[in-house]
Design a protein around this ligand. Structure first.
Ligand code: S6P
Ligand code: ZN
Length: 193
């Protein structure tokens, strides 16, 4: 791990392998119970475990003072009429923020707080989204190309996936005749449901 300042290029797809030291691939099977249409999910899974999104990151010590950064790439696709998306998470240390910078593609970042607030911010190339502390976040690709975002967050943040696994997000983003449409999630099952 580097102990001096350093830089790396990230704009070209062929630079991803050399600029990052960790590559995570998340397939449909990792998103069980997250999509609204369970039958469409199972049918898609039966025909092959599609690659839904990938993360490239640089390992740094997971301590306050360090920053973790990388690329999130959500591939285009739908399960039923619901767009491909990330699992989504709170940070384990709730008082930690995150910044996303959209480099390619089109989509949204769906966010919610444990207090019951919700927010949806658009992603398009050149747009930054600031996730304030205590907000869960999920990237959703509403376009026909890869959604590529660069993210930065504090080294000690950690990931709490269990809360979202148990409740889902309060909002879903569905394709209604080609138009991304934000709807309430009737299956949301948190403490205020
Ligand atoms: C980490 C940051 C991103 C996500 C990535 C995949 O705090 O928010 O790197 O990890 O977009 O999403 P997820 O929900 O599977 O971690
Ligand atoms: Zn995060």
């Amino acid at each position: 791990m580097k102990s001096r300042p350093y830089g790396y290029p990230i704009s070209q797809p062929n630079e991803r392998r050399s600029s990052f030291d960790n590559h995570i691939q998340r397939r449909l099977s990792a998103l069980r119970n997250q999509f609204a249409d369970g039958k469409a999910y199972q049918a898609m899974l039966d025909s092959g475990d599609a690659l839904v999104y990938e993360v490239y990151e640089n390992r740094r010590p997971e301590v306050a003072g360090e920053l973790l950064s990388g690329l999130s790439i959500v591939h285009p696709g739908c399960v039923g009429n619901e767009y491909f998306m990330t699992k989504g998470h709170y940070h384990s240390v709730r008082e930690t923020a995150e910044i996303y910078f959209c480099m390619e593609g089109k989509g949204v970042l769906v966010m919610e707080s444990e207090a019951g607030e919700t927010a949806v911010e658009e992603f398009y190339p050149g747009r930054v989204v600031y996730v304030t502390p205590r907000w869960a976040h999920r990237s959703i690709n509403t376009g026909g190309e890869d959604l590529v975002t660069f993210f930065v967050y504090p080294g000690h943040a950690g990931h709490d996936y269990a809360t979202i696994d148990a409740t889902g997000f309060r909002k879903r983003v569905l394709d209604h005749g080609g138009v991304p449409t934000i709807v309430d999630n009737p299956e949301w099952s948190g403490v205020n449901a």
